[in-house]
Structures are given as C-alpha cells and as structure tokens.
Design a protein around this ligand. Sequence first.
Ligand code: ZN
Length: 329
Amino acid sequence: MGIEGIESQVVYPRRSARRINRTSLVVTLCAILGLLGSLMLTMTENLSSIKLNNASITTDTTGTSGQTTLTSAAASALPKSSLVNAQSPIVPFPTLLWQQIAVLQAHNRFLYTGNRYLPEIALTFDDGPNPYYTPQVLAILKQFGIKATFFCVGRQVARYPDLVKQEYADGNLVGNHSWSHPNLALLSGSEIVSQINLTSDAIQQAIGVRPTFFRPPYGVINARVLAEANLLSLTTIIWNDEALDWTTPGTDVIVSRILNLAADGAIILLHDGGGDRSQTIAALPTIITSLQARGFQFVTLQQMLKDMPDLPASTQTPVSEPTTVSPTP
Ligand code: ZN
C-alpha cells in the first residue's frame, strides 16, 4: 500500500484541533514507516549477498547433519557427460537450494569470487545501459585500457541497444540482469524464464551473441531461480566487494570501501544505471589506479572463469558405488 492509500484511510472528519493533531501524528508515523519499508526493500541487495555467502559456507559444512548430502565431491557422482560444460544444463539437478549451490559451484557455474590465488579483479556494472552514465564508464575503461562486465537490464537494452553494442565492441562482457529488475524469488518459474529470455533476446539482437552470464537482481536467489538458470545453461554471478554506491555515500566512501575489500579474485559490484551514478563515475579512476598500483589486473568475468582453479581431481572421477556386503552362502 502506498503512503497515499494510508492517508486516505486514516484522515477522518476533523472534529477538533486535538483530533487533527492526532491524525497528523498518525499520518506522519505512517509516512515514516513507509519510507523505512522502501529503504529496507532497497537494502535487500546488500542483505541477500550476506545470505548467499552464508549459504555457500553452509554447503561446505553440512556433512554432519545426518541427511544425504551432495558436496562438491558427491557432485562427481553425476553422469560424466554433464560435467564441465558451461553450455548445457547440469542433469540431474537437485531441488534443495544448498545442494544446487554446491553442484553449481563444483562446476564453476555459481561464483561470488574468482580465483583467490590470482591477482585478478572483475569490475561489474549493473542496471544499465544508461544514456548518461554508461558512456562515461566506457570512456574511463578505455582511458585505462581495461575491460569490465556489464549486467544489463533487458528493457534498458531494448531502449539503448547502441550502448550495449559499444560495451561489447570495446571488449567488455555483457551479462543478463533480468528484464525489469524484479525480485525473481517472488516470481513463478515461467515468469523467471520470461525475465531472463526476453533480456537475452534483446542482448543477442544488439550484439549478435547470447549472454551466458547472469546476475539476479539484488543478488536474491531461491531454488526456483537457480533451477531455471541451470536449465538456461547460465553461469550465475554474485559479488564479494561492494561499496553500496547506489546509496550515494560520497565518492571517497565508495573508493575506500572498494579498496578495503579488494583482494585476489574479487568481483566488484558497481552501478552504471538505476539512479544518480555520478559518485560512482567520480570514484572509478581512483579505484582503477589504486588497484593497478597494488598489482591487480582487471579482467572480464569470462576471463575470471577461465582462470578458476581446475576442479579437484576428486570431482573429475565418478565416485564408486557404495560397497554392498554379499550375503554369506
Ligand atoms: Zn541490479
């Protein structure tokens, strides 16, 4: 319900000054609650990434739960034909979220970081293309001779296909960030597919290549979102370094947050669309020069994926069948 709706319900015939005061107080409180509500909604992007990090840790430690677990090693029990093919769905695919994350991670199909032993960093820009900010980001990337990844919103791609063409022509990677930036976890399977496919269609129409990288809006996932992303053979990308630049905390704050979190294999989240991004643009040259001075190399997510450590040998060989004890004759 919008604030207007709340007002229309709480504004009664005004019988006295006292009544008016009370009504104004209620309206003001409702307005404050409404604002807090929308702020919480906007903050989901941050909170969800924390959840995801926890989820991925959980997948490593669930072996003691007594349930049947599907760890990275157990994922190797899958038919070999389904392994290490970024262009086809993983089959069979589990139904529980933590199992899905484990299987996807075992195939490098779900990343919130790159190779933690290589001085590589991926800059990612979400929510564009934007006619004002995207050209500025592209100019800065060009000036420093580096490449980045753009997670584009489909309806923006349809509006500004030339900007996406430019991103791609400059050697950057273009990824899928849904059609209209909804919380995909609240949608049905067919709605999720439609959000992703419409966007991939628009990107393919703009640059001639269908994206294989996908970032869910707000970083929010559930089992349905991952199941559909798997069926569409996408690699899902989260992040592990962000400045909350969308809250416009000031250029210096954006710079220091990013630099403090930067490490080998960092995936940095920034925005080139969806609001006032002037602070992000202003922060970008310092972020780039400081990280280059620390010896980091900027790569696209495609490169980062190529440079991921080889899957452990245990995940390459099918696990042998459990030994069955033959009955004594
Ligand atoms: Zn976004």
